[in-house]
Design a protein around this ligand. Structure first.
Ligand SMILES: [Cu+2]
Length: 194
């Protein structure tokens, strides 16, 4: 009888554990794929407002390896420009496919845009290097964060989801084990019915 009992638990436990593992892996895959897909599909538009003497960004945290369209609008009274460069540089634009990453001659009331992909995570800035403007305060800093697996690992929301999923799996496994143990204890023997 003891043999039958342990066999029953072993058999059912195995069945449920593999089910839980399958469900868990499926959910985890959805989280991974969903996060990755959301990263690639969402077009990122950053509005850049320039005037004497400031540069304002609609977003100061951006992903690496993702096309970003910077729409520069001048609310000033003279022409401005925006140069994409590493934080702290002075008129040292990044190279984008052989061209300097800058949007020049944005006249009052005008909007100009450019789409750039920043590959390397780090601190960057958009600055106006019309003489005197950068010194006057026309610079805005922003961060470029890693993407892909490294990016996901750096996201608190991802880990909240992941840890939540693990807790759910542990609770589910615990419930199943308790149920199996209880029904085995209540109706032991080979004639036991569910
Ligand atoms: Cu300027």
């Amino acid at each position: 009888m003891k043999n039958n009992l342990s066999l029953f638990i072993k058999k059912n436990l195995k069945k449920y554990v593999s089910l839980i593992v399958i469900v868990g892996i499926t959910l985890a895959s959805f989280i991974f794929i969903g996060t990755a897909a959301a990263e690639q599909d969402t077009p990122i538009v950053v509005h850049v407002n320039v005037k004497e003497y400031s540069v304002e960004l609609s977003q100061t945290t951006l992903p690496a390896n993702t096309p970003i369209t910077f729409v520069v609008t001048s609310e000033g009274t003279v022409a401005h420009e925006t140069v994409l460069e590493k934080a702290g540089d002075e008129d040292n634009p990044l190279n984008m496919n052989g061209e300097s990453a800058e949007i020049e001659d944005v006249n009052p009331g005008e909007s100009k845009s450019a789409t750039w992909v920043i590959n390397q995570p780090g601190e960057y800035q958009l600055a106006c290097h019309v003489p005197g403007h950068y010194q006057g305060g026309m610079v805005a800093l922003f961060s470029v964060n890693p993407t892909g697996l490294a990016g996901m690992a750096g996201r608190p929301t991802f880990w909240f989801g992941f840890i939540g999923l693990l807790i759910l799996l542990v609770i589910a496994a615990d419930l199943v084990i308790r149920r199996v143990n209880r029904s085995a204890a209540q109706k032991p023997g080979p004639t036991a019915t569910a």
